[in-house]
Ligand binder design. Structure first.
Ligand code: GDP
Length: 199
């Protein structure tokens, strides 16, 4: 599947104001600077769709995009950036969590993890939360181009070993790079297959 069209719809903090369209939706979340905007731009072949910048923590809204006129992407606020005040952080986490819990057409959440960084408490806790709330998620390891192929495998194994401490079954994962576009096709094929099941 190729993405030939991506239209920005709206930005929100309230899940009730998110687009009321009967379309399958895929959301993207992760720690600030994980490469979320870059991955969205890579998947959609659009360098400017989700804003990439060196300033972490800027994307503090739920941004919706209509893709190929047939499904939706939701770009969620990045979490865990220390320079945002505690109050701001609490409120945007709160509305993001409400969105995740309430959004009926959400098919899957892509949880982005920087492959080079060892497992972080905030990500592991967030996965626990998804499990408790039965929010389906898939791990998207990012920035695979930054390390050697052999190292990619050992980093994924290291992450899985950490997860095995608490998880019976491994969450699905993709290994991606916005630079080389590695893994992007796998993500798109997954979305295509899920779209077929949506009705
Ligand atoms: P966000 O805050 O999660 O949206 O992260 P961005 O997409 O803005 O990326 C943060 C930084 O990482 C930017 O400098 C990007 O150019 C860089 N980056 C993102 N994805 C990749 C990738 O796959 N490979 C490499 N080498 N750099 C990346």
């Amino acid at each position: 599947m190729e993405i030939h069209r991506a239209d920005f719809l709206c930005s929100n903090t309230d899940w009730k104001k998110c687009p009321d369209l009967h379309l399958p939706e895929y959301a993207f979340i992760g720690r600030s600077n994980v490469g979320k905007s870059s991955l969205i731009n890579s998947l959609t072949n659009n360098k400017k769709l989700a804003k990439t910048s060196g300033r972490p923590g800027k994307t503090q809204l739920i941004n919706h995009f209509k893709i190929n006129n047939s499904f939706l992407f939701a770009d969620l606020p990045g979490y865990g950036y220390a320079k945002v005040s505690k109050k701001t952080r609490a409120s945007f986490q709160e509305f993001t969590l409400r969105y995740l819990e309430k959004r009926k057409n959400l098919i899957c959440l892509f949880l982005l993890i920087d492959l080079r960084i060892s497992p972080q408490k905030i990500d592991l806790e967030f996965m626990e939360y998804c499990a408790v709330k039965q929010i389906p998620f898939i791990i998207c390891f990012t920035k695979a181009d930054k390390i050697k192929k052999r190292e990619v495998e050992s980093k994924v194994t290291e992450y899985q070993n950490k997860l095995k401490e608490t998880w019976e079954e491994m969450p699905l994962h993709f290994v991606t790079s916005s630079i080389s576009k590695a893994g992007c096709n796998d993500v798109l094929m997954f979305i295509r297959d899920q779209n077929k099941l949506f009705h």
